[in-house]
Design a protein around this ligand. Structure first.
Ligand code: GCW
Length: 642
């Protein structure tokens, strides 16, 4: 081949590599530079990572990594750190190597945001000890509620072949302070505890360890039967307890810092202690005893709702509150943020605050099962911050985020869904950060720190979740999703033989009088599960915040709301507002073209088109359906379906 031609091709592909943006780099996009001076007398795999990150990316004055044992550093805990500048150098200090790695990522984040790093005097410590991602990944590579391709974990290839993405995954998590990962779906296959799979898990744990990420597994309560061949999984049976002890011993012989188990029991068909007339506490404690000698924990989920007449929103509380104080100290009860199921908006679950003698952790859903999958731009930090308006972080031991990560090149499907992974980690470290500052940080690192981009896009992100609420289910409506896949609207859904509480009509309760679920004292009385001061507010039609109105009340179509409009008119306006907001997002994004590479620009634009169409679909479908009950007209300014 002609040499000139060959050179041309080389230059072209070099150029393409320079300018093509595949989104795979997440928020970690700083270009390598001249080796910075990094000084440290310790050597270990974790320190090697911190050194390498700084040496190749840090552009400022010399950095020293130093272990301290003084009171001030000890107070920051084993993951906390300080960053202090003097005239000659920047000292990163911690009592542990892990703290030093977190400090290194902090410093690099400041640089990426363009912050002034001349006079730093920072002391940080995480709000929670347990900051984990929950992967709902199945062993066959599919992901339950995953919208970004297949599972990252290549189980068939492990342990011989190790994907480079495992390390990238660990790095991304460490950079935002996530310190644990539950590798497999809570609807757990017993196979994960087989010796063959534990060996594969060991390989992942070895890769994640230097990044400070512990591996946990979801386990199936019936494992002693299905895997161990026992005739029962009764937690009070000695052979069963012995089986778990041996299994735990086997795990720790492979993975000495194994984190523990996550358990979904007696929920949606999963086996559990109640199958044997035992309580959740008896089941959890049996496992906790096996893990205790090794420092492992049990994260026991409170997502339960049996087919019964009780309002589904009340069930977790009814089942778990009486167990307060009955769990061993290495059990944490993991409670979804809301009492139903990750709806675009829910009041907080009343279990928070109701179990003062039991460590609790909050479970958030980062993957957008009920928020337009990876097609809709919905920045969720605002939703999680709303939860903290009611629940004090100090009352929690940890947080879990159901991951939105798959093997798509850009990890999360939608480029903006990466922001939810990022924000989940940042809020897990510090729930006092504002959604806005996290959005700004993420935008600056992921795209550009130019304020002409960051300012308008921060606004888009900040408005995005509320827009979804408006066009999907405003005013406290909930669970009117299409059957099973939960993507589009289906408030009319009927499935013969289905449980009542799996159908939208159970939740919206539309009739010719009005709309909404009456959970007031004269209805299901779910309000009484909240502390008195709040129960009083939620119970009153006048005082109830309008965003929760139809969650707690069945409201007449003609009832007048704060705006002076009737319920029907307000509902129409909210749906329209949701549609209008997405159209506005499209306009803003179109102006961002100069600041974004072509690939990501087009990808986001395409998804915004889908979102805009979906918003209209939601509005038309829901309003037309509810109109069959209200028999009212569309008010002025609300587009009637064409
Ligand atoms: O929201 C429901 C989901 C199920 C999920 C379940 C749970 C993993 O639709 O897919 O199962 O919650 O949280 O256990």
């Amino acid at each position: 081949m002609n040499k000139k031609y060959l050179l041309g091709i080389c230059l072209l592909s070099f150029g393409l590599t320079l300018f093509a943006e595949d989104g795979s780099k997440l928020w970690l996009r700083q270009a390598s530079c001249e080796k910075a001076s990094v000084c440290c007398s310790i050597s270990s795999p974790t320190i090697a990572i911190a050194r390498e990150e700084l040496a190749s990316l840090w552009r400022g004055k010399a950095v020293e990594l130093q272990l301290f044992a003084d009171e001030a550093h000890r107070k920051l805990g084993k993951e906390g750190y300080t960053i202090r500048t003097s005239d000659e150098k920047i000292v990163l200090g911690s009592t542990t190597e892990q703290g030093l790695l977190y400090a290194a990522y902090h410093l690099l984040r400041l640089q990426a945001e363009g912050a002034d790093c001349t006079r730093l005097d920072i002391a940080e410590e995480p709000a929670f000890d347990v900051r984990v991602l929950n992967h709902w990944d199945n062993l066959d590579g599919t992901i339950e509620r995953g919208y970004a391709g297949k599972s990252l974990w290549q189980w068939d290839e492990l342990s011989d072949t190790v994907s480079a993405r495992y390390q990238e995954y660990a790095r991304a998590n460490a950079s935002v302070g996530i310190n644990g990962t539950v590798l497999n779906n809570v609807n757990a296959s017993v196979k994960i505890l087989s010796s063959e799979y534990l060996e594969k898990v060991r390989v992942l744990a070895d890769i994640f360890r230097p990044y400070g990420i512990k591996v946990y597994l979801s386990v199936n309560f019936a494992s002693p039967m299905q895997l161990g061949g026992l005739s029962t999984a009764d937690p009070l049976n000695e052979e069963v307890a012995e089986w778990w002890k041996k299994k735990v011993h086997e795990i720790y012989s492979l993975i000495p810092d194994f984190g523990g188990f996550l358990v979904k029991a007696n929920s949606e068909g999963q086996p559990g202690p109640c199958d044997y007339g035992r309580t959740h506490a008896e089941g959890a404690n049996m496992m906790a005893r096996a893990l205790k000698p090794y420092g492992g924990i049990v994260m026991w989920r409170a997502f339960v709702y049996s087919p019964s007449d009780a309002d589904r929103a009340k069930q977790a509380y009814l089942e778990f509150k009486p167990l307060d104080g009955k769990f061993l100290d290495n059990v944490i009860v993991q409670v979804k943020n809301g009492p139903i199921d990750f709806q675009p908006r829910e009041p907080y679950s009343p279990l928070f605050g109701a179990m003062p003698h039991t460590p609790l952790m909050a479970e958030f859903q980062v993957t957008q099962e009920y928020l337009g999958h990876s097609n809709h731009l919905a920045y969720l930090a605002t939703m999680w911050k709303e939860f903290y308006r009611y629940v004090s972080p100090a009352s929690l031991k940890g947080v879990a985020g159901v991951a939105n990560i798959g093997d798509d090149t850009n990890w999360c499907g939608h480029d903006f869904a990466q922001a939810n992974w990022y924000a989940y980690g940042r809020l897990a470290w510090n729930p006092l950060l504002s959604s806005e500052e996290i959005a700004k940080e993420w935008l600056a690192q992921t795209f550009t720190s130019d304020p002409k981009f960051v300012e308008p896009m921060t606004q888009v992100m900040m408005d995005s979740r509320e827009a979804v609420v408006d066009y999907m289910m405003p005013l406290g409506l909930h669970h009117i999703f299409a059957w099973s896949h939960h993507y589009g609207p289906e408030p009319w859904c009927e499935v013969s033989g289905a449980r009542a509480d799996w159908l939208p009509s159970y939740y919206h309760q539309a009739d010719k009088k009005g709309l909404g679920f009456d959970r007031s004292r004269s209805g299901s009385d779910a309000v009484s599960q909240y502390p008195d001061s709040l129960a009083h507010v939620f119970n009153s039609l006048e005082l109830c915040p309008e965003e929760f109105l139809l969650w707690f009340h069945h409201v007449d179509w003609n009832h007048s709301l704060k705006s002076g409009r009737t319920l029907w008119d307000e509902l129409c306006y909210k749906y329209q507002q949701g549609v209008d907001k997405v159209r506005e997002f499209q306009k803003v994004w179109n102006q961002m073209k100069p600041y974004v590479d072509e690939e990501r620009f087009q990808a986001v634009a395409k998804r915004l088109d889908i979102q805009a169409n979906d918003a209209v679909w939601w509005k038309d479908a829901c309003l037309e359906y509810f109109r069959t009950y209200s028999h009212m007209k569309y008010p002025e300014g609300v587009e009637a379906p064409v």
